[in-house]
Design a protein around this ligand. Structure first.
Ligand SMILES: [Zn+2]
Ligand SMILES: [Zn+2]
Length: 349
């Protein structure tokens, strides 16, 4: 089924550059957080309007998906409005008691430049037919301390349910990190990948926990009996490790889907610059050439030298006159992008 989405009635028509400038000019302290819930929302459109009215008044920014199956929100809220925001959210019947995942660290700029609320068919694009299995039969939760035991237990297998560009910069020690670029692919490949580990205990994890709700039910449906998942994902794991003084078994950085593109969990850098393939780096960039916009990992030296482009070709394309660029963009999107997914690089030793 095609994903339908509608834009907000109060559509934000500012350009991206303008949004970025406006966000940078608003220097109020903010909190970045995410939350989700699978809950029946009978009229997503009116639910969206309710959220939009209130959250705009609070000066909230973020990316929010609403569907009949629930809500998935990533947000930046001005600290001065936090008490009102929290009280209002917890007062909505669909959201009462919803737990927040607070960001591990804030960036210099707001983590979002606008507030976007979209009505979708699903709150996470998983490509599954939910009527074909019991989506409520999810795996039991694991705490951070329990996750640590799984990581070192030879009878357990830990699976990263995120994409390759996320696991490349950070993952649990000993975790399986499937080489996929979408969650849909991940769900298709994981049962096959785990076939040889059928009798092991399985622990899943993702950024904030939402993907594992569906993935754990999907794996159970595929015949895996002992499936658990990390409650609150890597974000909550990092908080629990700090608060309870646990050993941190997550290596590297937690990729996040906002302007920060990552938050540090451990000090270690486990990935390598995609351009020189030699310097250690875990900083993601989007190629400056908007046609390409490829996500890559770059070291400071390479990004400076290449002026933020992923390649020499991209830099040349960006210099073309606007009319020519349009033709190039069409060709690129049709012919090249499909052949060029995010490529994990192996460090040259
Ligand atoms: Zn480099
Ligand atoms: Zn590029």
């Amino acid at each position: 089924m095609a994903q339908s989405s509608t834009t907000t009635p109060l559509r934000d028509l500012r350009s991206r550059v303008q949004k970025r400038a406006d966000a940078a000019a608003d220097t109020r302290p903010r909190v970045t957080l995410s939350f989700y819930r699978y809950v029946q929302i009978s009229d997503p459109e009116s639910f969206k309007t309710r959220l939009l009215d209130k959250w705009q008044a609070f000066g909230c920014l973020g990316r929010v998906y609403v569907a009949q199956e629930g809500i998935n929100a990533q947000m930046s809220v001005p600290t001065e409005y936090w008490p009102e925001f929290d009280a209002w959210v917890q007062h909505q019947p669909e959201l009462t008691g919803i737990p927040y995942k607070m960001a591990v660290e804030e960036g210099e700029l707001p983590s979002f430049f606008k507030l976007m609320i979209k009505v979708k068919d699903k709150i996470v694009a998983d490509g599954l037919d939910d009527s074909s299995f019991d989506v409520t039969d999810t795996g039991a939760y694991l705490t951070a301390a329990q996750m640590n035991e799984y990581v070192t237990d030879p009878d357990a297998i830990v699976v990263d349910m995120r994409n390759n560009y996320e696991s490349e910069v950070g993952h649990f020690e000993s975790a399986l990190t499937p080489d996929v670029v979408t969650f849909k692919d991940e769900l298709q490949k994981t049962p096959e990948l785990l076939r040889v580990h059928k009798n092991k205990k399985i622990a899943l994890y993702c950024t904030g926990g939402i993907r594992c709700e569906k993935a754990s039910a999907w794996l159970k449906h595929n015949g895996f009996s002992d499936v658990r998942h990390l409650k609150g994902g890597i974000i909550d794991y990092a908080h629990q490790v700090k608060e309870q003084g646990l050993e941190n078994k997550f290596r590297g950085k937690n990729f996040v889907f906002d302007e920060r593109l990552g938050e540090r969990v451990g000090e270690e850098i486990i990935s390598t610059c995609h351009l020189c393939k030699s310097q250690k780096s875990d900083t993601h960039y989007h190629c400056q050439n908007q046609i390409c916009h490829t996500l890559f990992i770059g070291c400071a030296g390479c990004v400076e030298k290449k002026k933020g482009y992923c390649s020499f070709v991209c830099r040349q394309i960006d210099r073309l006159p606007a009319s020519t660029k349009k033709t190039v963009a069409r060709h690129y999107n049709l012919k090249i992008r499909k052949r060029r997914p995010f490529q994990k690089t192996r460090p040259q030793r």
